[in-house]
Ligand binder design. Structure first.
Ligand code: DAH
Length: 362
């Protein structure tokens, strides 16, 4: 390829203009390939040196090399300029908007009944009790018969039981009227010594400000050798002091009757009136909290254990009542209305897990 000074000069002017005209990095790269790539125009010129006579090469060589260097330098400079512009553009557009709203806060809350159940589990675990469960649709044998309430027993009528429709020739099941059937299931499935609590839902056909058809109870059962009423009283006192978080809990065990305990006692707890409200602690008056007693020898025998070897105590309390007394609600029906405002007011944060060390109450 024959060249001369004029051609090289005008080529140089062309290429420098093309490089300058590249407005972004991809088009600049395209120009670089067109000029200096393997098939690029300037590369071709360099290759043409090989076919020249020595004199020609001597004259053309330095000019072509100079052309290549100029264009290479111009590309590098243009590249730096375009890169700086690109960086400025990104800095201007890619800002972090610090005014974005924070993510939505925690949603939902732990229902007071769940909270109290957790508190009970924590308190009784510390005393060596585990948590037992049983079905809410229960056989009459567990709910009544094994608990020393045979069919003709008047206490069956006292419970306002929900009976389920039975299949032909089968006995109707019931919605358990108390958590006491879990006593039977536990004694039949575990070897003594036994220490359990059984919190859960219970059902009776009853509804007013202090009764709902579904409510919650907690049952406690201890079976071992040499158990007596003293163990029952100590356990109740220790539990109530821990639960209400005060030392001045006064307990009265009032003689009573339950078919499944002998002797039986109603659990009464002392309260003080503060600003017109009953607050547990002290002994200005007494209120009933639940039932208790020594497990009836016939109940122990019904579960296949020898009542001469094994004795025990049991008690049962309403959990909803325990929640109302500690956290100050006065209408039980609101517990189960699912009203968000009530739940937000009385609910607990899901991360506030009750512990004895941190305080069982929230
Ligand atoms: N099951 C009884 C009820 O629902 C409460 C109760 C009384 C439970 C005495 C017991 C007990 O374990 O010993 O009314």
């Amino acid at each position: 390829m024959a060249t001369n000074t004029d051609t090289i000069d005008s080529l140089s002017g062309d290429w420098l203009a093309r490089v300058e005209a590249a407005t972004d990095l991809p088009s600049l790269e395209a120009e670089r390939v067109a000029a200096l790539g393997k098939q690029g125009a300037i590369t071709q010129l360099l290759k043409s040196l090989g076919g020249m006579s020595p004199e020609q090469r001597q004259a053309e060589g330095p000019r072509i090399h100079a052309l290549r260097e100029n264009v290479t330098a111009a590309i590098a400079e243009r590249k730096a300029t375009l890169e700086r512009a690109e960086l400025d553009r990104r800095l201007a557009t890619e800002t972090l908007d610090m005014s974005l709203p924070v993510p939505l806060g925690e949603q939902g809350s732990v229902h007071p009944v769940s909270q109290v159940m957790d508190e009970l589990a924590e308190i009784f675990a510390d005393l060596g009790f585990s948590v037992a469960t049983g079905p809410e649709i229960e056989e009459q044998w567990y709910n009544f018969t094994a608990l020393n309430m045979p069919e003709s027993h008047p206490a069956r009528a006292m419970h306002d039981t929900f009976y389920l429709r039975a299949a032909e020739g089968e006995e109707a099941k019931v919605l358990r009227t108390h958590t006491s059937p879990v006593q039977i299931r536990t004694m039949m499935s575990q070897k003594p010594p036994i220490r359990i609590i059984a919190p859960g839902r219970t059902y009776r056909s009853d509804s007013d400000a202090t009764h709902t058809p579904m409510f919650h109870q907690v049952e406690a059962l201890v079976i071992d050798r040499g158990i007596h009423m003293g163990h029952l009283k100590w356990t109740l006192e220790t539990f109530l002091k821990a639960y209400f978080e005060r030392e001045d809990i006064v307990l009265r065990l009032r003689p009573s009757y339950f078919p499944f305990t002998e002797p039986s006692a109603e659990i009464d707890v002392g309260y003080t009136v503060v600003n017109g409200r009953r607050v547990l602690g002290g002994a200005e008056g007494f209120m009933e909290l639940g039932g208790s007693g020594m497990v009836h020898p016939r109940v122990i025998a019904n579960c296949g254990l020898d009542p001469d070897e094994w004795q025990g105590f049991a008690f049962g309390c309403g959990i909803d009542r325990l929640a109302m007394l500690k956290y100050g609600m006065d209408d039980l029906r609101a517990f189960f209305d699912g009203d968000l405002r009530w739940l937000r007011h009385y609910g607990f944060r899901s991360l506030d897990v009750p512990t004895l060390s941190g305080g069982v109450g929230a």
